[in-house]
Design a protein around this ligand. Structure first.
Ligand SMILES: [Zn+2]
Length: 457
């Protein structure tokens, strides 16, 4: 059992100074203030987002000190196992934060927590740091020099490990347009990893997308929607193809939307030149996501709103946003949140192999990509070819640049994509019963520690 104490818990609608208990990989209870011994007796605390919420934020219980995880000297119990990982990697050098200094309230907090959790519990005093739900990235293609396109387990593991270190605890593996054989091979390979729980499914971005909105997809491999081929891919994926991005205005587009719904695959509208009316038809047929809104789609015109207006105006639809400051202007990001509300905006990375690697030459599918100053473009062209951000980057930018309240940014980075993927019963928010996937952030919203399924990574 682990108790995170003295934390600023970012709940779906508030920030609450309090504690959170984890047992067997799940969040079992949380509450305001110091851990309460009574809470352990019942094992639950249903009122988790009501009274005592602290929306003013800053360090109410920490007394201004940064204590980090429990200092070894202050743990009266001396249960070494209880203070695992005592701060290693969790602090910037030179800030003084690594010293085993506990704030004025910490000893009391720890005593209460210890009483509640038992002697063998791990008590982690977070010194007023934020805890947000683990980020959920529903649209990404790689990182750390690797992509999913070859369907290789080793590539996928390194991608997952890289992004997890940056707070992404759930992600889908995105495949860009490829030949039928390439996609079948990749889907089969990735399906095994999905079955193992490494990835939360596969996102097919293409190949049924619009030629004039293909962005960084190889134009010669694009094809009209083919429900039979799609069903072969779904079969090869063993139930793990979770989303497909397509252009619904292409011949057979609406049939493909229906086939996706029939197969339990989320249909997403993207890389589309459809009119608002055509895209609305796709939503009526069951499409529920707009893929990287604004990017690689017919732009908004005041007499033909196109996919953007159709998506923003439809309460059934989740819109993806690449909040990297390159794909979307900050004011446009603001407009999107104002129009759709944080509950319908999913922050995504669309990250490609170069993420975490620096400038240089990379590939996206069969396309060559140059990365300069963190900006990925097709070699010899101007098309943006994915991003080089992590979810933590997009989340932080949503708060510090776009200006969202932290709880709204956290919903868009976790609960909204989890819901869009049908996973919100298990993940996406700090709530009893959900998996203990969470991220500890400092005041600058930088990732300090990441927990997946109750384990620090
Ligand atoms: Zn993509």
């Amino acid at each position: 059992m682990t108790v995170l104490a003295n934390a600023r818990l970012v709940l779906p609608n508030a920030v609450q100074h309090g504690w959170l208990r984890i047992d067997a990989g799940r969040i079992t209870a949380l509450g305001p203030g110091a851990p309460d011994a009574d809470a352990s007796a019942t094992g639950s605390r249903p009122d988790t987002n009501g009274s005592g919420s602290d929306t003013t934020g800053h360090g109410t219980g920490a007394g201004g000190t940064v204590s980090g995880v429990s200092g070894p000297g202050s743990d009266a119990n001396g249960s070494g196992a209880g203070v695992s990982g005592s701060g290693s990697g969790a602090h910037e050098p030179g800030t003084g934060a690594t010293a085993p200094v506990t704030g004025a309230t910490a000893p009391g907090t720890r005593a209460a927590a210890q009483g509640m959790a038992g002697a063998d519990a791990e008590i982690v005093d977070l010194g007023g740091r934020y805890v947000v739900p683990g980020f959920v990235d529903m649209h990404m293609h790689g990182g750390a020099g690797h992509s999913y396109q070859r369907g290789r387990a080793d590539d996928a593991r390194q991608i997952v490990e890289f992004h997890r270190a940056h707070g992404t605890t759930t992600l889908t593996a995105g495949l860009v347009t490829g030949s039928a054989d390439e996609l079948l091979n990749a889907v089969s390979g990735l399906a095994e990893l999905a079955a193992d729980g490494l990835i939360a499914g596969i996102h097919l971005e293409g190949p049924y997308i619009a030629r004039n909105r293909c962005g960084a997809h190889e134009p010669t491999l694009l094809r009209d929607p083919d429900a039979a081929e799609f069903r072969r891919l779904v079969k090869a994926g063993g139930g793990h193809v979770r989303m497909i991005t397509l252009a619904p205005e292409l011949p057979g587009g609406l049939d493909l939307v229906r086939a996706a719904v029939d197969e339990g695959v989320v249909a997403a509208v993207g890389h589309t030149d459809g009119t608002a009316a055509q895209v609305r038809e796709a939503f009526d047929a069951g499409a529920r996501v707009a893929t990287h809104l604004f990017n690689a789609m017919r732009p908004l015109h005041h007499r033909e709103g196109g996919p953007i207006v159709a998506a923003l105006n439809d309460p059934r639809v989740t819109v993806e946003l690449i909040n990297d400051g390159v794909h979307i202007d900050t004011e446009v990001a603001r407009l999107t949140f104002n129009a759709a509300g944080a509950d319908r905006v999913a922050l995504i990375t669309d990250a490609m192999a170069a993420t975490g690697m620096g400038d240089g030459s990379y590939t996206l599918g069969v396309m060559d990509v140059e990365v300069k100053d963190g900006r990925a473009v097709l070699a010899g062209g101007t098309s943006i070819a994915g991003s080089t951000i992590t979810m933590a980057d997009g989340f932080r930018r949503a708060v510090t640049v776009v200006g969202l309240p932290i709880e709204d940014a956290a919903r868009s980075a976790a609960l909204v994509p989890a819901r869009a993927l049908g996973l919100d019963d298990r993940i996406g928010s700090l709530a009893p019963g959900k998996e203990a996937d969470l991220v500890v952030l400092n005041d600058d919203l930088e990732v300090e520690r990441v927990m997946k399924g109750g384990r620090w990574t």
